[in-house]
Design a protein around this ligand. Structure first.
Ligand SMILES: NC(=O)C1=CN([C@@H]2O[C@H](COP(=O)(O)OP(=O)(O)OC[C@H]3O[C@@H](n4cnc5c(N)ncnc54)[C@H](O)[C@@H]3O)[C@@H](O)[C@H]2O)C=CC1
Ligand SMILES: O=C(O)[C@@H]1CCC=N1
Length: 273
């Protein structure tokens, strides 16, 4: 691929840029970024990663195989007007990482037949460990889906889904890292409360998280079975899990995922009116 253009230069764009450069998929200067107004932010990304930055729409979009929309959903309309006026070349693929926003909303601003692909990555793209789901808009065929999937596979794993699944995907793997960081925050604080040195507690917790993810990946057992294997009758784990059950933590986690999925739906509906 010759060139990727990002419209929006925030946290998600930076995670993807960092991952793409680390994966050595294309030279840093073939990654182009623009944003709304923050020139200092663009300069910072240029100095840090060697990416190309521009305020010129023509320069940004010229020869870009893929154009990644990476602004907040509230700014989608302005960005689509910017693209509408740009008159894209047929075949330039518009990729959206925007939570909630349907491809049908984006397609309204583009010439008929312009391929649009909706993706939901997560910030672990930074370290090439993103979990990404990819869904086709009406004009995206297998060539575009393969190209976009392989782009996101360079920064982790990518699965293709129907667009209806995107609210659920967003609630699970898009927002998911934040739930796990929240859990990590609570465990870090608790490790200090029970008397561990903060640094040692953090190292033990990081390895514990890594071990759990690898066990789930490599074993045929379910999370419930793996948990049962650790829980001796009358032991420490039973004492801890008993409190989680009493406090309704499983129900709270499920309510959290439902709330995120509902919010993703609402965000989509706000843009279809
Ligand atoms: N942060 C995350 O973990 C994830 C975010 N997303 C999606 O990524 C998108 C971006 O999120 P963040 O990077 O966290 O936001 P952010 O607020 O960090 O960055 C947004 C960027 O867009 C720029 N911008 C706004 N309007 C613009 C316009 N009209 N033209 C050009 N640039 C414009 C802003 O200047 C800023 O650089 C959101 O739509 C979000 O739903 C998706 C997956 C995960
Ligand atoms: O919070 C959000 O809306 C975005 C989408 C997934 C992760 N962050």
């Amino acid at each position: 691929m010759k060139k990727i253009a990002f419209i929006g230069a925030g946290a998600m764009a930076e995670a993807l840029v960092k991952g793409l450069i680390a994966a050595e998929q294309l030279p840093a200067e073939a990654i182009w970024l623009t944003n709304h107004a923050n020139e200092a932010r663009l300069q910072e990304l240029h100095s840090e990663y060697g990416v190309s930055i521009t305020r010129s729409r023509t320069e940004l979009l010229r020869d870009a195989a893929v154009i990644i929309l990476s602004m907040k959903p509230k700014d989608a309309e302005a960005a689509m007007l910017y693209l509408k006026e740009a008159k894209l070349k047929p075949g330039q693929i518009v990729v959206s990482v925007l939570a909630g926003i349907h491809t049908s909303f984006l397609e309204k601003y583009l010439p008929e037949g312009q391929p649009v692909v909706r993706v939901m990555p997560n910030t672990s793209a930074t370290i090439l460990e993103a979990a990404t789901a990819v869904a086709a808009g009406v004009a995206a065929g297998s060539y575009e889906m393969r190209l976009v999937s392989s782009l996101f596979e360079t920064v982790g794993t990518a699965v293709q889904v129907e667009e209806e699944a995107m609210d659920a995907v967003t609630a699970i793997s898009g927002s998911g890292p934040a739930y796990l960081y929240y859990m990590m925050e609570a465990l870090e604080e608790a490790s200090i409360q029970v008397g561990l040195d903060a640094f040692i507690g953090k190292q033990l917790l990081i390895q514990t998280f890594k071990g759990v993810a690898k066990m789930l990946e490599q074993s045929d057992l379910t999370p419930a079975q793996l948990r049962a294997n650790i829980t001796s009758a009358g032991g420490t784990t039973a004492a801890g899990i008993g409190v989680l059950e009493e406090q309704g933590v499983k129900a709270a986690v499920q309510a959290c995922v439902h709330a995120a999925a509902t919010r993703s739906k609402e965000m989509g509906q706000a843009f279809t009116k």
